[in-house]
Design a protein around this ligand. Structure first.
Ligand SMILES: [Zn+2]
Length: 114
């Protein structure tokens, strides 16, 4: 794997809107993070978080059963199954997030916050 200095990495991010490191994420790492997410999903922390019934993105209320666990930074982009990166998300937001490119998703989020 080629080395990219942090300075170059920042430059690439600015120019292309992508993190050049995302291409290096290993299937095995993703598998491990998915297993970690499953464990957290079965635990008290997630039950409490979901019982509030609020989608992290659109802030609307839902039945807890209708909220899924979402990685704010997707695993495929280097996100981790850590509490800070896991949020309750409604099905509509989940679908949107999967369909949109990260930049488009950000635009959508910005439009919600206006
Ligand atoms: Zn939502």
């Amino acid at each position: 794997m080629g080395k990219i200095s942090s300075k170059n990495r920042e430059k690439l991010k600015r120019e292309q809107g992508v993190d050049p490191f995302i291409g290096f994420i290993d299937e095995a790492v993703i598998k491990k993070e998915k297993a970690k997410a499953r464990t957290l999903r079965a635990g008290q922390w997630w039950k409490r978080k979901r019982s509030a019934g609020i989608c992290h993105y659109c802030r609307k209320s839902f039945a807890p059963a209708d909220l899924t666990m979402d990685h704010v930074i997707p695993l495929a982009r280097g996100g981790k199954s850590e509490k800070y990166n896991l949020v309750p998300c409604c099905k509509a937001c989940n679908t949107k997030k999967r369909q949109l490119l990260p930049a488009e998703w950000k635009e959508y989020m910005d439009s919600l916050n206006k």
